[in-house]
Design a binder for this molecule. Structure first.
Ligand code: B3K
Ligand code: ZN
Length: 880
């Protein structure tokens, strides 16, 4: 009872949720906005002059959002204006004419701003982050995405400290000022919402290049990095040029300004930001050379550079009407970046990576207290909705549209969407309407994906009739209630299916079609295939054709058949995962029943065949041996036994390591590359396989592994191999572990990004002392508590990737995380609210653990000035 009353008490004090259904267009428009910044560390002056117009008629007042601002002056039509009231979250202006010029001067403190929202200092540089609602920390404004206007920005600052003064659009004027200061003026010709505004001032090294668009326009490309980092910029620039070309080739979309700038900064809450013409990036997604970046870093850089570039059309030219529509730009842009990566590298490997995000993270989110549809119906703190649901499930929804329409019609839909809505702020409905109108396909039912949360469960049964040679397959979809939504409806689920005969050949499903996309639209539906001569093995949801959990009573032999013969490489991998999960669950049950572990010979044999295959892509082979994470596996149980899960998973991995030891050693040696480092698909695949083999060898033959690790580090000409060896040393607890870890520290302690890999390894260690060690590492010379990357590497890796110790039965992991959240709450609530995730997804845990977690959540709830970011998550978790 006391807990409930404390929640209610807190809820009373907090602002209530905002609802999509309450959307109202603004009564006022902004015709243009001229900004002037006079940059100083602690007292930057911002003058905002806008021409505004009343659209609705009437006498209504004007509310402008504003946070943490000091109002210096307010003028209407050049005259001091006194009809205003400063209120919580902004300013209200009364008795305004219908058409007027509004001049507002504010003062802000960028140096004190550790939330990294609005204008702040990242190291020595000034930079901004305005999405979603950061612009209101710069000036009072109609800070909502449907208010589009043309911006001009004049920046003045000390010329020695800040030689580069950057903003959106084109540079139109510059000059010197008194007291060693100078100015630059920028004009952005494209109307934009305030969240796409950016300003950067600093001293940088700059890599320049150019791109000529398909219509022959030359675009200047400029990449700004901290002094001394120029040798790590080539890959990002190459990725940008590839993105620009790809968007022309595949989506017929061309860049529009004469200049495209990217700035890399060290202090950044997320990955990157697509500000018009001036992307700001977390340096993690820009800087790379062979010595300091892994293959995965190279791939992520290409993907994120692509993602932000693709936003120029899907996000910037066409933006969101309101923040509930976030997936309009994010889901679509993730889909586009996934396609880009697939076209540049291996489609299967990319698909597997995308699906892992869904299964390891999104499914858990959708089953937890923060469950929401890809277009949420209500929001407390918008920053909490940049989620795997809005992004990754959002992308899966776009992918289903693509599957249902096919590439050609999908592209026609995109073209119509751009033609209709360029320059507008629109809704997800507008997007689906364009797809419907261009394709002629009815998507009425499909639209439920936008408003319904939760992961559908699809149960599949079949029957083969020898008499009639017909095969019938029945799908039952179950959509269980979620935290946010009790009532569910059947969804339109595309099921990409293939039927394999006894020898592994795909059966003709009519008109020479060897696979088919079935549209499951009802709660229960049966499909019949005629002229089938024997009972086939169905390959279901090829390529993960829908974001669902599916279940069919596959025998081990069936799964083996799919691993060996499915024409879809993704499905081969998926069958391996299903086999693994089946024995993971089984061994957990055996442990709980006090029985011995068990694994059939067929299990190991199935993986042996894969491991030694000469046909399969080495990267796919490596993926076959990367199984569901411990935290992802919690989704396989209604009530999870942390110890048993850990033991069962370790048991299976050790069995694979021991029984396939000879094969792993052979593969390890066969996969060595003796060439100069290149981040190309074929080489990446070989390094991935070799390092995967090394991890398994480190489980079965410590002595050999120790030798191989030391040798690999000695000869490594790249970070992938160096880190791969370190991972093996850590996970196998090899003798050389301490030495190789401290050598690495000595070599890299000055490079925070590289040290993040080291911090992550320390935090992931499977060792009873891991938490004590992490606490000591807060004092490490390379650690900086203010830097979100460092925090994610050390704290994030522990809570997300070291499930067993995070969920320690004494509650020490929960208490540790809560301590950090309390520290972060006032300083950087956004980062805190991201780190809290594993603490709120507790419903599958046992009762003692849930009780321990609730103690910590209540502790959080009681702290003074709990941020809205944390409050939203904590209160929802406790209300479960
Ligand atoms: N649009 C930004 C994310 C902004 C997050 C604000 N909390 C990056 C991206 O998705 O491209
Ligand atoms: Zn995005």
């Amino acid at each position: 009872m006391s807990k409930i009353s404390s929640i209610e008490e807190c809820i009373e004090k907090k602002p209530q949720e905002k609802y999509l259904a309450d959307y109202q267009p603004s009564d006022f428009l902004v015709e243009c906005l001229d900004l002037e910044f006079d940059l100083f560390d602690e007292n930057t002056r911002v003058k905002a002059i806008s021409v505004m117009k009343r659209v609705a008629g009437g006498e209504s007042s004007l509310f402008l959002f504003g946070e943490q601002l000091k109002l210096i002056a307010l003028l209407v039509n050049g005259e001091t204006f006194e009809h205003y009231k400063l209120v919580e979250g902004g300013i209200e202006l009364f008795h305004l004419p219908t058409h007027f010029t509004l001049e507002i001067e504010t003062e802000i403190n960028p140096l004190e701003n550790r939330a990294f929202e609005g204008l702040y200092k990242s190291g020595e540089a000034f930079c901004t982050q305005c999405e979603a609602e950061g612009f209101r920390r710069i000036t009072y404004y109609l800070d909502r995405p449907d208010i589009l206007t043309k911006f001009s920005t004049k920046i003045s600052a000390d010329k020695t400290l800040y030689p580069s003064l950057l903003s959106n659009g084109n540079r139109v004027e510059s000059g010197d000022l008194a007291h060693g200061r100078h100015f630059v003026k920028w004009v952005d010709p494209f109307p934009k919402p305030a969240y796409l505004f950016a300003l950067v001032a600093g001293i940088f090294d700059c890599l320049t290049d150019s791109f000529t668009t398909k219509s022959g326009r030359r675009v200047a490309l400029e990449l700004f990095v901290d002094k001394g980092n120029l040798d790590k910029t080539a890959h990002a620039m190459l990725s940008l040029k590839k993105s620009m070309k790809w968007d022309e080739d595949r989506f017929n979309l061309e860049y529009d300004l004469d200049i495209y700038m990217i700035v890399a900064v060290d202090f950044f809450n997320m990955g990157a930001m697509e500000n018009k013409g001036l992307n700001v990036f977390n340096s993690k997604f820009v800087l790379a050379n062979a010595q300091s970046a892994t293959d995965q870093d190279y791939l992520s850089i290409e993907a994120v550079i692509g993602h932000e570039y693709f936003h120029n059309w899907t996000g910037n030219r066409i933006t969101c009407r309101d923040w509930f529509q976030l997936s309009l730009k994010e889901g679509l842009t993730v889909f586009r970046d996934q396609e880009f990566s697939s076209d540049m590298g291996s489609r299967t490997v990319n698909r597997i990576a995308n699906v892992k995000i869904m299964r390891n993270h999104q499914f858990a989110e959708d089953a937890g207290p923060m469950s929401h549809p890809i277009r949420p119906a209500s929001v407390m703190e918008m920053n909490n909705f940049y989620t795997v649901t809005v992004y990754d499930k959002g992308s899966e929804v776009i992918r289903m549209l693509h599957t249902l329409l096919g590439e050609q019609k999908f592209q026609q839909g995109m073209a119509l969407y751009v033609e209709r809505h360029d320059g507008q702020a629109v809704t997800c409905d507008d997007f689906v309407a364009a797809m419907t109108d261009a394709s002629g396909i009815d998507l009425t039912l499909f639209k439920r994906w936008y408003s319904q949360s939760g992961t559908p469960q699809v149960n599949v049964t079949d029957h083969f009739d020898v008499q009639t040679n017909s095969y019938q397959i029945t799908f039952k979809q179950k959509n269980l209630p979620t935290a946010d939504q009790q009532k569910k409806q059947p969804l339109h689920i595309p099921v990409d299916i293939e039927l394999l005969d006894k020898v592994g050949k795909a059966v003709d499903l009519g008109h020479g079609k060897m696979s088919k996309v079935l549209s499951l639209t009802q709660k229960e539906q049966t499909f019949v295939f005629k002229n089938i001569s024997e009972k086939p093995v169905p390959c279901l949801f090829r390529g993960f054709s829908a974001p669902v959990k599916y279940q069919y009573a596959y025998s081990n032999e069936n799964l083996l058949h799919l691993i060996n013969f499915s024409s879809d490489e993704f499905s081969r991998w998926d069958a391996g995962q299903t086999l693994f999960n089946k024995y993971l669950v089984k061994n957990v049950q055996l442990i709980q029943a006090g029985k011995a572990f068990s694994l059939p010979t067929l299990f190991v044999d199935a993986f042996r065949a894969t491991l030694t295959s000469e046909q399969l892509d080495p990267a796919l082979i490596a993926d076959m041996f990367e199984f569901i994470s411990e935290s992802g596996a919690m989704e396989l149980f209604d009530s999870v036994d942390i110890e048993a899960l850990h033991k069962a998973r370790e048991y299976i991995l050790n069995q694979l390591a021991e029984q396939l030891q000879t094969e792993f050693v052979t593969i390890y040696h066969r996969s060595q590359l003796n060439a100069e480092y290149q981040p190309k698909t074929a080489d990446i695949a070989l390094r991935k396989l070799a390092n995967c083999a090394l991890l398994f060898i480190a489980k079965s033959d410590k002595k050999l592994a120790n030798t191989l690790v030391l040798k690999q580090i000695h000869f490594a000409n790249n970070m992938t191999d160096h880190l791969g060896a370190l991972q093996a040393a850590n996970s196998g607890k090899l003798n050389c572990r301490n030495t190789v870890m401290s050598d690495f520290d000595e070599k890299w302690f000055e490079n925070g990004l590289v040290m993040d890999k080291w911090f992550a390894l320390q935090a992931s260690l499977s060792n009873d002392l891991v938490l004590e060690n992490i606490k000591k590492l807060f004092d490490h010379r390379s650690f900086d508590y203010n830097n979100p990357n460092r925090l994610r590497a050390l704290v994030g890796s522990f809570v997300n990737n070291n499930s067993y110790y995070f969920h320690a039965s004494d509650g020490s992991g929960y208490q540790f995380l809560t301590d950090q959240l309390i520290k972060l709450n006032s300083q950087n609530p956004q980062v805190a609210a991201r780190l809290i995730t594993p603490l709120i997804q507790f419903k599958r845990l046992d009762a003692p653990r849930i009780a321990l977690i609730k103690v910590q959540l209540n502790r959080l709830l009681k702290i003074e000035n709990l941020s809205l970011d944390l409050f939203e998550k904590v209160s929802k978790a406790l209300a479960q």
